[in-house]
Ligand binder design. Sequence first.
Ligand SMILES: [Zn+2]
Length: 196
Amino acid sequence: VAAIDDLVAELSRLPGIGRKTAQRLTYHLLHQSKDRLSRLAVALTAVAERVRECSRCGNYSEGDVCEICRDPRRDPGLLCVVEEPSAVMVVERATGYRGRYLVLGGRLSPIEGVGPDQLRVDLLRRRLQEGEIREVILATNPSLEGEATATLIQELLAGTGVRVSRLARGLPVGGDLEYIDSVTLSHALQARQEIT
Ligand SMILES: [Zn+2]
């Protein structure tokens, strides 16, 4: 059945899902009510049609500017720089951070052909030019690429008078912020170290 084959093919493109799992999921879905399947389809369509990049921070947003950037209770002087939108969610859930974010959209990786131009460095420059930011917190992943990315941002900020801090050491090296427990991450943010 073509419709079933199509669904298996689409699901098997998801990370961590091989052909067998995709088939299992497809047959599971076939057993669900039409209603449930429609809700799933509607949720997927909504994501495809409504979610885009926030023009101020690069995070996912349903409007031009995301909820975090619009929230007037957030400290406009604090900017947490992360690699991916998923890291915003992690920092939000794990810590009491009340500043704003900038999502770079990746990390420096010569092997994968990712240089500064592929990251939202221009957006960061624009944010800095507004003159509101006192401190930039580098919250890139504790990996080699994450470190290189943090160094790039640090160099960009040299001489601007903006304080730069880095999540405290002690995060597992080579890890991803997503997989770090909230106590450790919260502590690393509190104990962030000023580097310039
Ligand atoms: Zn935003």
